[in-house]
Design a protein around this ligand. Structure first.
Ligand code: TYD
Ligand code: MG
Length: 500
């Protein structure tokens, strides 16, 4: 006799169990388990809400889009069939142009057709502004944009478009769809595709948290809904070659749960961040199947929209005078871009019991490690001191090439000796205190030369290999092998040998 297959799952997080539990081991919620009959469910989910029709004249709606995107895969019956690798055309050729170039770069050079991009960020950071601006630009290139608006009224979106400098009466290709019910949305898209079979379309779902499917019993915005709706839309994008943007809110408390669930399903994950409450916004690619990760777009939020920042290379320098101890500048890479970043440190004797370690913009453990190396290898006594480290301008640093600058800033603050403002400190530091060279030295030196730096304290760029390093003639390269040497040079400017 066939068993009646039932499962219990949590209404909050979707965690599944074979039996009922009082508290969910997944999210800790009490009384959240409900019973679900799997046998009754499968038929319902099987279709995933897709409508693929074939009429006498050929496939329509989604099937027509699939047929156009993937002619080699579409059988005469309107069903997909396996295709040999050699028969598949390269996606590289199908990149849609993106403007501004800042955003194009984080997307890997353009928007790949059929790709799914998740844009995560805190509420109010500017996600809708960015996508409305991009959408209106695409519309001018002859692409249809369907903006699925679950958060705002169509009138609000029209106002935003006006604010961005567009005349809504002229932008015919920009369409707003105030629909949050996934199945109805798919129906509408289906009919829209049937009515415009030959127009390229881009879908923006703002936001994924507002969508809900009737096949899932939980509330909109719950992890199960987000996962299901995201999955259906990702599937939709691939089948129809229509790019889909999913907007995902990340709360201020750092709750990434919702959008994080989608990361593995989508092709590109962009995080939109503000910096220190100011107008600067950064879009970071944390995953990209069609480009490099770590790419960063720097923009400014003005009254009339988001604009690329011209002087982004020096955004993370405070207006320092070079007289205060505890500040060191290094050049770090973020994807293909180089930024000059100022590290600030404050080291002072601890007055209240356990010394504090407060760090902003750099990993805590990394600072602890570098402080330990400073103590052991350069003889600096940080043990009884409070240590504060911060990256100017609200930046974040992961590049190991900033190790030496962090240490120089710490030493400079402890010794109360400023590092001259025209000196760049660059190098990765090992546990034994040796200074190692960093990747892509030339672009870092170029950026330093361009902004008036005169000296660089760094590891031997390429011992015994390759030709001399190309750099600005005004830039004096001072090579060091150990932290001790580097720190001594940085905080005792008199030690510079002009003939070096
Ligand atoms: P929004 O795109 O609505 O943020 P999100 O979709 O991420 O929640 O942007 C919200 C903020 O941006 C809001 O405080 C107003 C501001 N803003 C500008 O400063 N300039 C503009 O041109 C626009 C459209 C918005
Ligand atoms: Mg929004």
């Amino acid at each position: 006799m066939a068993k009646n297959k039932t499962r219990f799952y949590c209404k909050g997080c979707g965690h599944e169990e074979l039996r009922w539990l009082g508290q969910c081991p997944g999210c800790g919620e009490w009384n959240s388990f409900v019973e679900k009959n799997l046998a009754a469910d499968t038929g319902k989910k099987g279709s995933r809400g897709f409508k693929s029709e074939t009429r006498q004249s050929g496939p329509v709606g989604f099937a027509a889009k699939t047929a156009a995107a993937w002619p080699e895969a579409m059988g005469p019956d309107g069903k997909l069939r396996p295709v040999a690798l050699s028969q598949i055309s390269s996606a590289e050729t199908n990149r849609l142009k993106v403007e501004p170039a800042e955003v194009a770069r984080v997307l890997g050079g353009g928007l790949v057709e059929g790709s799914v991009v998740l844009l995560g960020g805190e509420p109010g950071v500017g996600k809708s502004t960015l996508l409305t601006g991009l959408g209106l630009w695409w519309v001018r290139q002859g692409i249809r944009v369907l903006y699925v608006a679950g958060e705002e009224s169509p009138a609000q979106i029209r106002m935003r478009a006006e604010r961005l400098g567009f005349d809504p009466n002229k932008e015919e290709g920009f369409h707003i769809l105030p629909e949050v019910h996934l199945e109805t949305l798919l129906d509408t898209l289906h009919d829209d595709f049937a009515a415009h079979p030959d127009t390229k379309t881009i879908i923006v779902a703002d936001s994924i948290q507002t969508l809900h499917s009737e096949h899932i019993d939980t509330y909109p915005g719950s992890p199960t809904q987000i996962k299901y709706c995201g999955g259906v839309l990702a599937d939709f994008a691939r089948r129809t070659a229509c790019p889909v943007f999913l907007v995902g809110h990340v709360t201020k408390s750092g709750d990434l749960a919702g959008p994080k669930l989608l990361e593995h399903m989508v092709d590109t994950v962009l995080y939109f961040e503000g910096s220190g409450g100011g107008p600067i916004r950064m879009v970071r690619a944390v995953k990209n199947r069609f480009g490099t990760t770590g790419e960063l777009a720097v923009m400014e939020m003005r009254a009339d929209g988001l604009f690329p920042v011209d002087q982004a290379g020096v955004l993370f320098l405070s207006g320092r005078g070079g007289k205060e101890p505890g500040s060191a500048v290094c050049a770090v890479k973020n994807g293909s871009r180089t930024f000059l970043v100022e590290v600030q440190a404050l080291v002072s004797p601890s007055r209240y019991g356990t010394p504090q370690r407060v760090v902003q913009g750099v990993d805590n453990k990394r600072v602890a490690l570098l402080a330990a190396i400073l103590e052991k290898r350069a003889g600096l006594d940080l043990g009884g001191c409070d240590v504060f480290v911060k990256v100017a301008g609200g930046g974040r640093m992961e590049d190991p090439g900033a190790d030496l600058a962090i240490m120089a800033a710490l030493a400079s603050s402890l010794r109360e000796k400023p590092i001259p403002m025209d000196t760049l400190v660059l190098g990765e530091v090992g546990l034994t205190g040796e200074v190692r060279r960093v990747a892509d030295m030339e672009s870092r030196l170029r950026e330093a030369g361009r902004h008036g730096f005169r000296r660089v304290i760094m590891a031997d760029p390429d011992p015994g290999r390759g030709g001399p390093l190309k750099h600005d003639k005004n830039l004096q390269l001072i090579t060091v092998t150990s932290v001790q040497e580097a720190v001594a040079l940085a905080v005792h400017p008199g030690a510079f040998d002009p003939s070096h």
